[in-house]
Design a protein around this ligand. Structure first.
Ligand code: NAP
Length: 358
């Protein structure tokens, strides 16, 4: 098969570098265009990321590629679509992503800017793959012929939303949950949190993160109505987001309250073990074989030991036990720059390609 040429906006950042590492041997997509800010534009990729190289191997394939200015949309004219890993002002990100879509280049984004645009789907491929059906309405509303925008959620959301969705489709209504996240430093991009602030420390605040953790699952669990995505009314979520001295891997400690019908712990484990989504059925190249992996040891999952489970694309779940206040407690873990960012974006692109949107 002739590989499909793709580009990366924000290619020099933490997530951009992860995209390049994951695309290196991708069976369908090949990297043909890298873009970043005006400060990196015009340099070769090696020089543009000097002093902040996260994966030295990517320089072997990409080191000599010229970095374009992301504001110059014409540079991506030969790309079938672009991944967006831009970190800039919300309005600027929206208008830049829109300008690519307007010229016929679909955008598969990691940025949060468009997550609250009502006709832009926020996709976890195992959960709400059907939300991509809103794309024709999005294109019609904006007069875009070929381009469109699809985004993925915040980097910790799949750690608890995927397990909760599996319980919901098995017939258990989720009414309320309290989630405490323990988020890795790589989630803050590069250079991120100063080492003197995070070594030997926990910071109980990440700007904007609690709102995202509480609201994004409701859009993901929502329904398409009249060309918009209508948020689900439940669950009501209370989030505590903490930055912790872990390099990669976001953990979520969750307490869940069900509706009238409550599953036993044995049943919860059975549902999670048997859960498969559309990416597994379609055998998408980046899909984990088992989207939810249960760990029975009392002290798992742990970021250091478990974040790379199944290509770093699985959600690892452990400490599954009754809750004294609500009904069920568990800890979920997923790799924030892979499953929560570049890997999740690539999986969304594979889904879009297989479903005929790209
Ligand atoms: P990062 O390391 O700070 O990288 C930011 C990228 O955006 C760089 O390539 C940078 O280019 C580019 N950029 C900044 N200002 C720009 C401008 N005015 N015009 C064009 N390009 C510009 O950030 P990151 O952690 O990779 O995150 C990227 C995006 O993914 C963010 O929206 C973030 O919220 C989201 N995300 C991150 C994670 C994670 O775990 N890190 C997870 C999920 C989603 P220069 O190098 O030229 O400045």
């Amino acid at each position: 098969m002739k590989k499909i040429p793709v580009g990366i906006l924000g290619a020099t950042g933490m997530v951009g570098q992860q995209y390049i590492a994951l695309l290196k041997d991708h069976p369908w997509f090949c990297l043909s265009f890298v873009a970043a800010s005006a400060g990196s534009a015009g340099k070769n990729y090696r020089d543009a990321i000097a002093g902040r190289v996260r994966f030295p191997d990517i320089l072997n394939t990409t080191g000599e590629l010229m970095v374009a200015d992301a504001r110059d949309v014409s540079g991506a004219k030969d790309c079938a679509f672009v991944f967006s890993a831009l970190e800039m002002d919300k309005d600027e990100t929206c208008s830049l992503e829109d300008s690519y879509a307007a010229t016929g280049i679909p955008v598969v984004s990691n940025a949060s800017a468009h997550r609250w645009t009502p006709d832009v789907p926020v996709i976890i491929a195992e959960v709400n793959h059907h939300h991509i059906q809103i794309i024709p309405a999005q294109q019609k509303a904006r007069g875009w012929e070929k381009g469109f925008i699809v985004v993925k959620p915040n980097c910790s959301v799949q750690s608890y939303t995927t397990p909760l969705y599996a319980l919901q489709v098995a017939g258990y209504e989720i009414r309320r949950l309290i989630v405490s996240t323990l988020q890795a430093v790589s989630g803050a991009g590069y250079p991120g949190v100063a080492s003197l602030d995070i070594i030997d420390n926990i910071i109980p605040y990440i700007g904007g993160e609690e709102e995202k953790s509480e609201e994004e699952p409701l859009k993901i669990l929502g329904t398409i109505e009249g060309g918009h995505i209508k948020n689900a009314a439940f669950p009501k979520i209370s989030a505590h987001c903490n930055r912790v001295p872990v390099s990669d891997g976001h953990t979520a400690c969750v307490s869940v309250e069900f509706g009238k019908k409550k599953p036993s712990i044995k049943e919860v484990k059975k549902i999670w073990t048997e859960f498969k989504g559309l990416p597994q059925k379609l055998k998408l190249p980046s899909a984990p074989q088992q989207p939810i992996v249960i760990m029975e040891e009392n002290d798992r999952p742990q970021p250091k030991k478990d974040r790379n489970t199944d290509k770093a694309m699985a959600v690892c779940v452990g400490r599954i036990r009754p809750c004294n206040v609500f009904d069920l407690r568990f800890a979920g873990l997923s790799h924030n720059t892979i499953r929560g960012a570049a890997g999740g974006g690539i999986l969304n692109a594979e889904l879009l390609y297989k479903q005929g949107y790209l």
